[in-house]
Design a protein around this ligand. Structure first.
Ligand code: ADP
Ligand code: MG
Length: 318
């Protein structure tokens, strides 16, 4: 009988070097941002809202974005929505390259490829139209392959019912609660069946119970209509319910939490959670600030390759 010897460190190093060439971005991803930069210049003062942000979101996923105020979350969402253009880097959404998109293509992108829900309920709906008319509007504005009047009516009914607001179809925004308005806003954003739904603190103006209902509506469209959802939220409860939560710090993705539901032998379900730090294509990682502080690391660290992990120690070369 022959046994395979464990790989030597030299083998591992050779393998690591061979793998060091940047991997091609995943072809099936809904969103790929690489080294995304957005600099705002006001009165000759520069603000770097996005500082080389990397983010990949798989098709069909529901991802929560969290981070302190001013960390760049809205800037990122506005770029992804085609409402703002990045200063540098690359961003691809559903195969559309946002850096080269312009004119008619950009308009089509905003109307058909992405849907957007703002925090301010009033910003999402036209006040003089009913819920049903608000949902029908993006279908009427769309160019190219437009649905017939009857198909539009069917789609409006389907969407409102899926979001459990079918009975509110004839009401104007002023006759709806904040939570109901946000659910109509989700239906509006979904009208043209976008690939990606972006929601910037959609529950920010709502109490927590109402917020839970709106969040449930986002889950429903994600699960039943297959749309990829990226939602910015401050609500730790909401962030704790999704499979993936990405934290943004100083205009960069800094860490993320992945959750998995594990079923044990007795059929008991528990959710296991693990925090990860980002690894970019050039091999840079951002260590958690508390780890770095705990060991007093600064400027440089010693990194060694072990069989199945990398050891990082404070600089001991004094
Ligand atoms: P968040 O949504 O995470 O609170 P933002 O993306 O709104 O953060 O803002 C990130 C940074 O960019 C902040 O410092 C903010 O002041 C700045 N910023 C955002 N939009 C603009 C703008 N249009 N002009 C100038 N600075 C801006
Ligand atoms: Mg914001």
């Amino acid at each position: 009988m022959t046994t395979t010897p464990p790989p030597s460190l030299a083998d591992l190093r050779a393998k690591a070097l061979a793998a060091a060439a940047p991997a091609a971005p995943k072809a099936d991803a809904a969103i790929v941002c690489e080294r995304l930069v957005r600099i705002f210049t006001t009165d000759k003062v520069e603000v770097q809202a996005l500082q080389g942000l990397d983010l990949t979101v798989d098709r069909g996923d529901l991802v929560a974005l969290v981070g302190a105020s001013g960390s760049g979350k809205s800037t990122l969402l506005n770029v992804l929505a085609g409402l703002d253009s990045p200063t540098a880097g690359s961003a691809t959404v559903a195969g559309c390259d946002l850096l080269t998109l312009g004119g008619k293509d950009l308009l089509r992108y905003r109307r058909e490829v992405v849907g957007f829900v703002f925090q301010q309920t009033a910003r999402n709906l036209l006040p003089f139209l009913t819920a049903a008319q608000n949902v029908a509007l993006p279908m009427q504005l769309r160019g190219g392959s437009r649905k017939s009047g009857r198909q539009q009516t069917t789609r409006v009914t389907e969407l409102l019912e899926a979001l459990e607001i079918g009975e509110l179809a004839g009401r104007r925004p002023s006759e709806l609660s904040g939570g109901q308005q946000q659910r109509v806003a989700i239906a509006v954003a979904m009208a043209n069946d976008p690939a990606v739904l972006l929601a910037d603190e959609p529950t920010g103006e709502l109490d927590s119970e109402t917020a839970a209902g709106v969040f449930e509506a986002l889950r429903t469209v994600n699960r039943e209509l297959g749309v990829t959802v990226v939602v910015v939220t401050h609500d730790p409860m909401v962030a704790g319910e999704v499979r993936r939560t990405v934290a943004i710090r100083d205009g960069r993705t800094s860490s993320e939490v992945l959750r998995r539901t594990v079923t044990d032998e007795d059929g008991q379900e528990t959710v296991s959670e693990r925090e990860y730090v980002m690894l970019d294509r050039t091999g840079r990682v951002q260590l958690p600030a508390k780890f770095v502080a705990a060991l007093g690391m600064e400027h440089r660290v010693a990194a060694d390759l072990a069989v199945d992990h990398i050891e990082i120690r404070p600089d001991d070369h004094a």
